[in-house]
Unconditional design. Structure first.
Length: 169
């Protein structure tokens, strides 16, 4: 799944890329689609109009998606937008898209570790697994109590006690 996994904080490769761009995640509780009703409704419409029946070729399927996107964004009025179309409300972001991902910076007192190609990092003679989606990324470790460490990726905190980084003395 591109948006969430069963990995650490549900991180997928797409999530990691977005986080590097400074995009903050907003998630509903698992198994609670009613928390995101408008989005679920859009998916139902998408399936009816663009997916069923599945087209025989990728090109024909893409044409179905393109037609849906045009209708959904530029022709079909939306109740939540006072019967206007999404295209009529769209404004480009003032933030420029970077040509390279920004470097992750952690406070000076953090211990910074690079995640290996196996999704692991070494901490005090232990090899600990975090997530494959974090391969080649840098994480920050912060000692929050005597022997208790918290794990950060960008600004997201991993619960230190569940992460197994409690090492007295």
């Amino acid at each position: 799944m591109p948006f969430a996994t069963t990995s650490l904080h549900g991180l997928s490769y797409l999530n990691v890329w977005w986080m590097r761009l400074g995009i903050v995640h907003q998630r509903i509780h698992p198994g609670q689609p009613q928390e995101n009703g408008a989005h679920e409704r859009m998916h139902r419409t998408l399936k009816r109009r663009a997916v069923k029946p599945v087209q025989r070729t990728c090109a024909r399927q893409q044409a179905q998606f393109d037609a849906f996107r045009t209708e959904y964004n530029t022709e079909r009025p939306h109740e939540a937008l006072q019967q206007e179309t999404p295209a009529s409300r769209y404004v480009s972001s003032p933030r420029a898209y970077p040509s390279t991902l920004p470097t992750i910076e952690y406070p000076g007192h953090f211990l910074v570790k690079k995640i290996t190609d196996a999704g692991t990092f070494r901490f005090r003679q232990h090899l600990l697994y975090l997530a494959n989606s974090l391969v080649d990324q840098h994480i920050g470790l912060e000692e929050t109590d005597d022997g208790v460490w918290s794990i950060y990726f960008t600004t997201v905190l991993r619960d230190d006690r569940r992460a197994g980084l409690h090492h007295p003395g």
